[in-house]
Design a protein around this ligand. Structure first.
Ligand SMILES: [Zn+2]
Length: 283
């Protein structure tokens, strides 16, 4: 009898835990949630659509991604629908290895670059072992993420033979109603100007600033086209590259953007119903 009570007590505790997690994560069901995670020096963006489809862009450089995902995903959710690697540099690809080991990933997409990074090789191997669907991102590819929500790939338009993975960096624009997020990966000035010259509609409420706010990105001509309300910089505190550059911060401010940085603001979270955009936690 005593034992039965123990079991019942544990069951009640479990039920309470599940209900409170559902409460915490189940609100705003009609909203798209966008998180720029705080992975230190690197990039990682997690998106959840109103129907619960989950997309992860890059995974930072190491296991920290697991900690960060744990903050935005309920503990019982062990799958991610789509993982997009913008380019195989360690600070974007390293953590994805941990993601593939710890989550069931539906599909992986990248720019098709066969860059010689040990972790990237391991990632590809693991992808094959786990039989994860693989797709190369190419300009013009439009992925429907949910009703009224799409992701349009703007770059690369073809595979460039190069030692620099930034030459095959994936750029995409996430659109929900009148709200757009431009995700630049490590896109630099050359890539920005190419997009401007192609006449793409770049106007976006949120710009994920290219290459951690380095001085080689965020050209004023490009910023004029994007006209961002918010500029997000994913950067490690006191990183050895000196990111972000003062000139880039000045350019972003001159373009009228509010700057948010993971080294100062930690996780940056937006919610949108496709009409209005809310920066969660803004006072
Ligand atoms: Zn890079």
């Amino acid at each position: 009898m005593k034992r039965n009570f123990k079991y019942i007590f544990v069951l009640i505790l479990l039920a309470v835990a599940v209900i409170s997690w559902r409460e915490a994560f189940g609100r705003d069901r009609d909203k798209l949630k966008f998180y720029m995670l705080d992975v230190g020096q690197g990039d990682a963006i997690f998106i959840e659509t109103p129907s619960g489809n989950q997309i992860l862009f890059d995974g930072g450089q190491d296991r920290k991604i697991l900690e960060e995902l744990g903050k935005v995903m309920p503990f019982y959710d062990r799958s991610i629908d789509l993982v997009i690697l913008t380019h195989p540099h360690l600070d974007h690809a390293g953590g994805l290895l941990e993601v593939l080991k710890n989550y069931e990933v539906g599909e992986l997409m990248d720019g098709g670059d066969s860059y010689n990074l040990a972790e990237y090789g391991e990632l590809k191997k693991l992808m094959e072992e786990k039989k994860i669907k693989y797709e190369v991102a190419r300009r013009g590819l439009k992925i429907s993420l949910d009703k009224g929500i799409s992701l349009l790939v703007l770059a690369p338009d073809k595979l460039i033979k190069s030692d620099n993975p930034h030459d095959n960096n994936v750029v995409s624009r996430l659109s929900y109603g009148r709200i757009d997020f431009l995700l630049m990966g490590d896109g630099e000035k050359g890539e920005e100007l190419k997009l401007v010259q192609a006449g793409d509609n770049l106007e976006s409420e949120v710009l994920k600033v290219g290459h951690h706010g380095s001085k080689t990105s965020s050209n004023p001509l490009f910023l004029e086209e994007v006209n961002p309300e918010y500029a997000l910089i994913s950067v490690g505190a006191k990183n050895r590259y000196g990111h972000p550059a003062q000139i880039t911060l000045d350019n972003l401010l001159a373009a009228g953007a509010k700057i948010l940085r993971t080294d100062i603001d930690s996780i940056i979270e937006f919610k949108t119903d496709g009409d209005s955009l809310t920066l969660v936690g803004e006072k």
